[in-house]
Every structure is written in C-alpha cells, then in structure tokens.
Design a protein around this ligand. Structure first.
Ligand code: G3P
Length: 217
C-alpha cells in the first residue's frame, strides 16, 4: 500500500518523508489556499518545491473545466517535473482529457470521485489513479469505505490497472480499513499516519525494558 500525504504544508511533507514511509503527495486548490499559496506562479513554484522533497508522485490539480483548457494546463504541469501527476476532475471534459493524457503517457489522478460508476469510467479512460473521497461520503452518512470495496471489486473483475487512491482520509482507522479492503494508495493527513505508530503497550513495554536495563548497569 502506498502512503501519500494530503497537504501542501512543506514542514509536514518533510516530516512524513523523514519517517521513510512516504510514497507521494496529493494537493488541491483548497490545501494550497490553506497554506496561503495563491496565484499561478506561486502555486507552480510550490509544486516544484514539493517535488524536491519527496521521491514519489505529486498530484497537481488543473483549474480548467473544458477539454482544451485541461489539456493545455495538464501538459504544462506535467512538464514541470517528472514526478507530477495531473489531477483531473470527474466531469465529462475531464474524462476526455484522461483518455488524451493516457495516450500521451502523462500520469493522471481522477479526483472528486463519489461512485463506483465514476471510478469505472475513469479506469476505462486510462486514469493512473482514481480518488474516491471517503471522508466526504462519511460526512453525509454514506458509506465511504463501502465505495472503496465496490471499486476494488469492479477493478478486480476486469483487471484494470488504475490504482485506487483512497482520499479524504480523516483518521488512522480509515487507513487500516482501506488497507484491509486492498486500496492501492491512501492519502491522508500526517496525524492519521502518526496514529499508526501509537500503542500504550509499546510505551509501557519500552519503559520497563529501559528500567530493567538500568538495574543491571
Ligand atoms: O485531496 C483530496 C481529498 O483528500 C480532500 O479531503 O478532507 O477535504 O475531504 P477532505
């Protein structure tokens, strides 16, 4: 399972990279705005800065919503750095652009996916990643994890290569549930990754080992 961090915060990206388990980064316009990164040039420079920190894929989202605009923007983003993955919204024009990018060998992440039907379409169009937003479904009392399960089933039925990137992960249990279902990738906040580390019995056990070591030395 690949671990992506879902943030535009460079300190958090560095911290996750330092842990040695980071496979990539996802961002979106809201995450950029949260860090005060606005304006085309600043956003582009920020993508480049992220690519310098991590080794894996870095999703960069297009703003255009028409086919020509998505293609123009996506091609420019892909040229920024070999690690850039063009993030395209699940809309009609986006599906056409996914197909175009796949024929050009440009990696894509189809975002804002909320149904297995949308995920099927993204896979048919040759998306590299599909991003179902599980937290946002949970927010409206719909089963986000159930969607990951459905997409896994559909993709396995036909051997689609598109990777399921479980997005809108809100906490550590989301990561574990996605791992059990077989999501290929999860993208979440650093806090959710950190949660995997913690167990009180580890802390108690280590304290005892260190205390016993001191007794004999
Ligand atoms: O990057 C897209 C997705 O992960 C957004 O998450 O928490 O805004 O629903 P959230």
């Amino acid at each position: 399972m690949k671990f992506f961090i879902d943030t535009a915060n460079l300190d958090q990206i560095r911290e996750a990279q330092a842990l040695g388990v980071l496979d990539g980064v996802t961002t979106n316009p809201s995450l950029m705005a949260k860090e005060g990164i606005t304006g085309k040039e600043n956003i582009i420079n920020h993508y480049k800065a992220i690519c310098e920190i991590v080794d894996g894929d870095v999703s960069a989202e297009v703003i255009a919503t028409d086919f020509e605009g998505i293609v123009e923007e996506g091609e420019a983003l892909a040229k920024l750095h070999p690690q850039i993955v063009v993030k395209v919204p699940m809309i009609r024009e986006g599906v056409k652009a996914l197909k175009y990018f796949s024929t050009k060998g440009i990696k894509t992440n189809c975002t804002l996916v909320f149904s297995a039907g949308q995920a099927l379409l993204a896979a048919k169009a040759g998306a590299t990643y599909v991003s179902p937003f599980i937290g946002r479904l949970d927010d409206i009392s719909t089963d986000g994890l159930g969607l990951i399960q459905e997409i896994r089933l559909v993709y396995d039925n036909y051997g689609f290569d598109t990777q399921i990137l479980a997005a809108s992960i809100r906490h550590t249990m989301h990561i574990m549930d996605c791992a059990k279902i077989g999501a290929d990738v999860m993208t979440g906040p650093l806090s959710a990754i950190d949660g995997l580390l913690k167990h009180p019995l580890t802390d108690i056990g280590l304290e005892k080992f260190l205390a016993d070591y001191k007794k004999g030395n």
